[in-house]
Design a protein around this ligand. Structure first.
Ligand code: MV4
Length: 581
């Protein structure tokens, strides 16, 4: 077995890996950036080493610094978590050439699955269908037109070396083909450094269903069950569950077997996920994620397996001790992601800051995987996932109600969170019926009136901060919210007792007619037009920064007088991108 594992990651996934290592008696080595010197993953690890730097590139992506820590700590294996080095074959090869185990798949499998055309071909070779399409690079827009005329419109143009939905274009008719192919190639070049694109039939109302697999080094590959991740917004998953609702057992089995075939076709070892689009009782291979995923706990709760434990045992060369027929799936599990984002009006703007209070939910069937505790700061430099709240229930409806109960118990102050949006989704009729698709959150779910009380501890734009206080009037306990000057300090906050109902909230901008971007990044879309009347909160442009798309919104109502940027422009923090008067 492995003796000492270095976790080349931070936040909740580093904490997750450390926990299983401790249970297995394996030593843990944390690494940290300057901002994470006292982060939760650092506090929980046996040993921790500074990488220096603040941004991901300076710290968690600094190969030399991590190789140096491997050497100094004597770690015999590295768990990459997700993101960062998890799908980086140069890193994997660099450590294995030093005799250190990479807890993940062989680099060749990562490479086959890293490129959309080669992964489509690998799936096809294994007898698993992708969305009907052409597994070749497009040479001219005429090929798009010919394909649409043969298979029907709309069609999707995708970047061969892309991912995460970026650069995908939906072509509704032949006359759009030329312009959209050019724009897809341009975007592919700028995002991924390769302009090659290919064409597929576009599915209009698909669900995202993915299949978890485990493969050992001895040729045993098993499927564990699916996760439905259809509740997404701009390719950011919000809620995941297992099993998928309204999903026939026959299809589950066929999808599981397809996932095993795809895994074997690329020589896969360790934990992996095969993604499918599911529509009209048919499923199509989309891509394979060659890492542990954020939403892995829902599979753990229905199967009773510890996926990190199996990642470690497989990496150490152990055989799977169970077969396909031994895997039981019981009940239903749902996970919500708690991000430091303000979902007011459906905008999901980043809300970095210090968590001043964090009351964690507990009770039957509740699991919280957090990367932070009260007093910790969510930095603008990293992913803003604070925690994942995961529940188990014996039916989907019981799990859903349990999750709503657990969310009510959760109190996070100091930063706004996505919990109000999670509640809106969990309470919506479509989610209750399990009829939502990948486009439902963006196109159907109305979050514009999201009823958000303001989060205690978050400055609301006029210099005041909400503080909650409990009083007693005629012997009855009453909760009172007060808006006090920001500099009145947290003293009154500390006297606050937990509200009977948690308030999950957002921040409302006040304001100026100048629309500025909060941080450095790239404009990916200009949404508003000059001359357009906008309300406070309406999106003007979309900014991509730190791998996230952020809506940049009008702070006041008026008419858009000027727009200074175009899609593709780089901007710096504080730059004025539009004027509303
Ligand atoms: C599609 C599609 C419909 N038809 N391909 C978006 C992310 C990328 N990995 C693939 N994506 C899609 N590909 C065809 N032929 C719809 C999506 C899609 C989507 C897929 C999975 C999860 C969420 C999504 C949200 C919007 C679009």
């Amino acid at each position: 077995m492995l003796k000492k594992v270095l976790i080349a990651n931070r936040g909740e996934i580093a904490v997750r890996v450390i926990r299983t290592c401790r249970e297995m008696g394996i030593g843990t080595v944390a690494v940290y950036s300057e901002l994470d010197r006292n982060a939760l993953h650092v506090r929980l690890a046996d040993e921790a080493y500074a990488l220096g730097g603040q941004t991901a590139a300076e710290s968690y992506l600094n190969t030399e610094a991590i190789l140096d820590v491997i050497e100094r700590s004597g770690a015999d294996a590295v768990h990459p978590g997700y993101g960062f080095f998890s799908e980086n074959t140069d890193f994997a090869r660099a450590i294995t050439s030093r005799g250190v185990t990479f807890i993940g798949p062989p680099p060749e499998a990562i490479e086959v699955m890293g490129d959309k055309i080669s992964s489509r071909l690998a799936a096809e070779k294994a007898g698993v269908q992708g969305v009907p399409g052409r597994s070749q690079t497009l040479e001219s827009f005429q090929e798009v037109i010919d394909f649409g005329n043969e298979f029907g419109w709309p069609v999707a143009i995708k970047a061969a070396f892309g991912g995460g939905g970026r650069g995908m274009k939906v072509v509704r008719s032949a006359d759009e083909a030329e312009e959209l192919l050019e724009s897809a190639q341009r975007e592919a070049q700028s995002y991924f450094g390769r302009s090659e694109c290919y064409v597929e039939r576009y599915l209009t109302w698909p669900r995202h269903v993915e299949m978890q697999v485990l493969a050992d080094q001895h040729g045993n590959t098993l499927w564990l069950g699916e996760r439905d991740c259809s509740a997404q917004r701009r390719h950011q998953k919000l809620i995941e569950e297992s099993p998928a609702p309204n999903f026939p057992e026959k299809i589950r089995k066929a999808m599981g077997e397809a996932a095993v075939k795809v895994s074997k076709a690329c020589g896969y070892v360790n934990a992996g996920t095969v993604e499918f689009l599911y529509q009209d009782n048919d499923f199509f291979f989309l891509e394979m994620n060659t890492r542990l995923q954020v939403e892995h706990p829902v599979t753990e709760l229905v199967t009773g397996l510890d996926l990190v434990e199996w990642q470690l045992r497989i990496a150490a060369g152990e055989k799977l001790t169970f077969g396909q027929n031994d895997i039981e799936r019981r009940g239903h599990s749902i996970e919500v992601r708690i991000n430091a984002e303000d979902p007011s009006g459906g905008r999901f703007s980043p809300s970095p800051g210090t968590i001043t209070r964090f009351d964690q939910p507990s009770g039957p069937g509740v699991r919280l995987d957090a990367g932070y505790a009260a007093g910790d700061t969510i930095s603008q430099y990293y992913d803003n996932l604070i925690a994942k709240l995961v529940v188990w229930g014996d039916t989907r409806e019981k799990a859903r109600r349990r999750l709503l109960r657990a969310i009510e118990e959760t109190v996070i102050e100091g930063v706004a969170t996505t919990l109000p949006a999670d509640v809106a989704i969990l309470e919506s009729e479509e989610f209750v019926k399990g009829e939502h698709s990948t486009k439902w959150v963006e196109e159907k779910l109305d979050l514009s009136n999201l009823k958000v009380a303001l989060t205690p501890g978050v400055e609301v734009g006029d210099g005041t901060v909400r503080r909650d206080v409990t009083t007693e009037v005629n012997g009855r306990r009453i909760e009172v919210a007060m808006w006090l000057p920001e500099d009145a300090g947290g003293a009154s906050a500390s006297t606050a007792q937990k509200p009977r109902r948690a308030h999950h909230a957002g921040v409302i901008g006040s304001g100026s007619g100048k629309v500025t971007v909060p941080m450095q990044g790239t404009i990916v879309k200009v949404v508003a037009e000059v001359g357009q009347a906008v309300a406070a909160g309406d999106t003007i442009v979309i900014l991509e920064a730190m791998k996230m798309e952020n809506s940049v919104n009008a702070e006041k109502a008026g008419v858009v007088k000027q727009i200074m940027v175009a899609a593709g422009d780089s901007v710096g923090g504080g730059d004025v991108v539009a004027v509303v008067e």
